[in-house]
Design a protein around this ligand. Structure first.
Ligand code: SF4
Length: 335
């Protein structure tokens, strides 16, 4: 069994009190059962504090947030009270792992970082073309998906990265081609023949299909989703901006492809994921203000809320703002 990770994965270090946001803010921290048992059994002041703030809700144990929506164990100096007293090894599973991502596909594992952490976002956006490292592991499980489907997805994801890297095309054109490519691979997943894909002819087709799209309509769609923070609501109320595609957008597109392309093995909906990837890039580019902060906040609001991700996968087929022809229009508007 192999474990894959991008070259920057092992560079991540939490910047704690220097963090401009915090993973200890606005989210409910879910405490795994073993940690919850351990915390509730602790003696002294720390144990008393934990027994007061741990709450069982719908079969899960969470940390009850403070009135200003912080984790109750967060201290004014930006450190965690549990870590400060008992060390990093005492953190619950979620806190010890965040922002590290682990996708376990049974006979191989992929690791990454979550864009919703500001420091991870800084690293990801600075790495448009990260190298992938691979290590051998002895353990693994028998996958519960069709191996042939996974093979198609892994090969096509490599091709998707090549599409993004085609030097003579801007990212908008590359993403337009990627949308058409996802239909080609969707057909293969659906049992049809694999036809060759040519970038030039795909782009000619994309230009022929493209119709005027509206970022304001996409902003309006996002306003119908669950919203966690006032800062995000404020961004969605703003007027979308037009910005050139830059290298950090390539890094974003790669990040989203790495994170979502293979997940199509669960339901064989690759086109929905390709549209989610493309819409995410369009959204982050159209938000006014600091691109790094916007990408991080986007991830915190959308990627870290499974209901929002599912709503967008659904909207890929149902929302008039996300039709293929309008997405192509938005992607090709400046080319
Ligand atoms: S969001 Fe990231 S950098 Fe900030 S405190 Fe959490 S892990 Fe550290």
């Amino acid at each position: 069994m192999h474990i894959f990770y991008p070259d920057y994965y092992k560079d991540f270090r939490c910047i704690a009190s220097d963090c401009p946001d915090s993973c200890c803010k606005e989210w409910d921290v879910q405490v795994d059962p073993e940690s919850a048992r351990r915390y509730r059994a602790l003696p002294g002041v720390l144990g008393d504090h934990l027994r007061r703030v741990l709450e069982d809700v719908d079969g899960e144990t969470i940390m009850r947030q403070t009135p200003d929506r912080r984790c109750p164990m967060w201290r004014q100096d930006g450190l965690c009270e549990i870590q400060a007293n008992l060390g990093e090894s005492a953190l619950c599973h979620v806190c010890s792992q965040f922002p590290r991502l682990r996708h376990d596909y049974g006979n191989f594992v992929e690791l990454g970082l979550e864009l919703s952490c500001p420091e991870a976002a800084r690293i990801i956006l600075a790495s448009p073309f990260p190298a992938t490292f691979c290590e051998n592991l002895t353990v693994g499980t028998v996958p519960d998906y069709d191996a042939a489907d996974m093979e198609i997805l892994r090969e096509s994801r490599t091709a998707a990265h090549s599409i993004l890297s085609t030097p003579s095309y801007c990212l908008g054109e590359a993403l337009a081609a990627l949308l058409l490519y996802s239909y080609r691979i969707q057909a293969v997943l659906d049992g049809e023949e694999c036809l060759p894909f040519h970038m030039d002819s795909a782009l000619a087709e994309a230009h022929a299909l493209a119709q005027t799209g509206s970022m304001a309509d996409i902003f309006a769609l996002y306003k119908t989703l669950e919203i966690l923070t006032p800062a995000w609501r404020q961004l969605l109320d703003a007027t979308p901006v037009t910005q050139p595609w830059e290298s950090h957008h390539i890094a974003l597109a790669r990040y989203f492809i790495d994170r979502y392309w293979l997940q199509a093995v669960s339901d064989l909906d690759l086109v929905g994921r390709a549209k989610f990837i493309i819409t995410s890039c369009l959204m982050i580019r159209a938000l006014p203000g600091d691109p790094l902060r916007n990408a991080q906040l986007y991830s915190k609001e959308i990627e870290n809320d499974a209901d929002n991700v599912y709503a967008l996968l659904d909207a890929a087929y149902t929302s008039p703002a996300l039709t293929d022809v309008k997405l192509l229009g938005l992607l090709l508007a400046e080319s």
